[in-house]
Design a binder for this molecule. Structure first.
Ligand code: ZN
Length: 272
């Protein structure tokens, strides 16, 4: 990077910083979509709290929202304990999200309340792993708590665009985040992006296992940079690849900064 670029913080220098491999110091970066602890079937390097913070330091990431793979796949309470312990180990760097198991609907409200009492700042649903509908009764306590406390709630799977719109209007205090809106996952569709463009409490997550040329930029154009939150899905995917999709895109540095961290920081401030 040229000396001039390193001293400029307000001009269009994020693209150059990314190509240079420089950690993103000076830019608030909050990853809204991270899995902690191992999961079966594929390779997840650096998947514990220490490994995640090591990755974050390497790329210049300030904070990461973590939800437990075990909570999603096997054991709600045991998995949530892992996320809560990680947040205690790295206060202010790792932010725990509680995960409900909708098949244990009777336990969901108390378990999520326990997570909030012990420091969780958001909620994560994974409807496809749970094989459970987004608007099924097992998730209602999650929506109610997020609505009451004005929390972010990220969901992998949000039903049809009409379902998402209805739930978002029923729980206006909840900040709904459509996981994997920025890529070629089955949950991605232009109609969901349109819901985010129109509903004030619906946001889009950039994490994508497969990204197609132009789809991220199209999402920014349709929904606006204020409605998009950076997510990597790390360590299920690679943090630098996901960051590059934002940093190298043909949008302004102001838009990139909103997406990379400023939008989510503002959502966290609404907590009550
Ligand atoms: Zn994920």
């Amino acid at each position: 990077m040229s000396a001039a670029a390193t001293t400029q913080t307000t001009t269009q220098d994020l693209r150059e910083q990314a190509l240079d491999g420089t950690p993103l110091h000076g830019t608030l970066v909050i990853d809204n979509h991270c899995h902690i602890d191992p999961a079966a079937h594929f390779y997840q390097p650096f998947n514990d709290a220490d490994g995640m913070v090591r990755t974050m330091d390497r790329v210049g990431m300030d904070q990461a929202c973590v939800f437990s793979s075990m909570a999603i796949l096997l054991d709600m309470r045991g998995g949530n304990d892992i996320s809560l312990a990680a947040a205690r180990r790295y206060p202010g760097r790792l932010l725990a999200y509680g995960v409900p198991d909708p098949h244990e609907a009777d336990l969901v409200r108390d378990e999520l309340q326990r997570c909030l009492d012990e420091g969780a700042v958001g909620i994560k649903l994974h409807t496809s792993v749970a094989n459970y509908p987004f608007d099924g009764p097992g998730y209602l306590p999650a929506f109610e708590l997020a609505d009451r406390h004005r929390l972010p709630l990220i969901s992998h799977g949000t039903g049809t665009p009409d379902t998402l719109r209805r739930i978002a209007r029923d729980y206006p205090g909840c900040h709904f985040i459509v996981a994997h809106a920025g890529g070629g996952s089955p949950s991605n569709s232009r109609d969901l992006v349109q819901v985010a463009a129109e509903e004030p409490n619906v946001y889009l997550d950039t994490a994508a296992s497969v990204g197609y040329l132009g789809d991220f930029t199209e999402m920014v154009r349709l929904a606006g940079a204020n409605k998009i939150l950076y997510g990597s899905d790390m360590p299920w995917t690679c943090a630098t690849y996901q960051l590059g999709r934002v940093l190298l895109s043909p949008i302004t540095d102001d838009e990139k900064r909103r997406i990379l961290g400023e939008n989510l920081a503002e959502l966290f401030k609404t907590k009550r």
